[in-house]
Design a protein around this ligand. Sequence first.
Ligand SMILES: CC(C)(COP(=O)(O)OP(=O)(O)OC[C@H]1O[C@@H](n2cnc3c(N)ncnc32)[C@H](O)[C@@H]1OP(=O)(O)O)[C@@H](O)C(=O)NCCC(=O)NCCS
Length: 255
Amino acid sequence: MSLKIATFAQRPDLHQAIWSDEFRQNWAAFVDGGVITDLYYDSFFLPKEKIPFLEYGLVAFDSSAPDQPLARGFCVPFAFGGHRQELPDSGWDGVVRWADWDWKSGTTPNALSAIEINVLPNQQGRGLSSLMLQAMRDHAKRLGFQDLYAPVRPTHKHLEPHTPMLEYAFRIREDGLPFDPWLRVHARAGASIVKVAPNSMTMSGTLEQWREWTGLPFDQSGEVVVPQALVPVLCSVQHNVAAYVEPNVWMHHRM
Ligand SMILES: CC(C)(COP(=O)(O)OP(=O)(O)OC[C@H]1O[C@@H](n2cnc3c(N)ncnc32)[C@H](O)[C@@H]1OP(=O)(O)O)[C@@H](O)C(=O)NCCC(=O)NCCS
């Protein structure tokens, strides 16, 4: 395979394929309840000249099949420092809001945050994610940024939803690398853990929506363990609402 990586801006012809259901199926249905996700993802459906972060999207394809994306990656530029002294506890949601504000207010960014790396299901397990992450680091440097941050979603955390993220994130193997595979990919690329973002992504919905998303009854108040969720979902039958507050792990790539 001869992997090529382009920006979304360089390959407008791939727009439809980048947003195909094939990539969407990597995410659980409950992400539809994300309270901030639309703010970011819907912006790619604005008229082309108004899309804020086109230059910060990456798409990978094999040179022998240039019309078939194999992986996609997103990041956003934001201003860090000044009145923003710490990465937000609200991780993914927080940095998307910062980037959105900076874009609308004309504030000059000085850092990048990764938002997503997504490898097609039939391409996973072949090392593509490391190549995408390296491409993101290279792209950050090319754009003049020295810092790439990432509110990382540890891929195996869903297997132990009751473990506090603080304990899970810092668990290491005998070789000193993180226990979690996706944290490990970032660590191998040179990143270090900054802190846990306890409320990185919030997803909420009525109990009817949660039943649709998960196939679970959602008929008792309290914590509900949901497949693919990193921590239990909080359910209130009395108020007909459930909310999932996902913790992520801030990592820092200094170039
Ligand atoms: C997470 C993801 C990007 C990894 O991409 P990938 O190209 O399949 O991963 P790689 O082949 O580079 O493997 C990365 C690490 O995960 C491990 N891994 C990959 N698939 C695995 C599996 N099914 N079970 C256990 N470990 C696995 C690999 O062993 C490797 O760790 P190691 O090198 O230390 O052994 C991909 O699975 C994906 O797109 N998932 C859905 C979207 C997502 O969760 N993105 C991350 C958050 S934004």
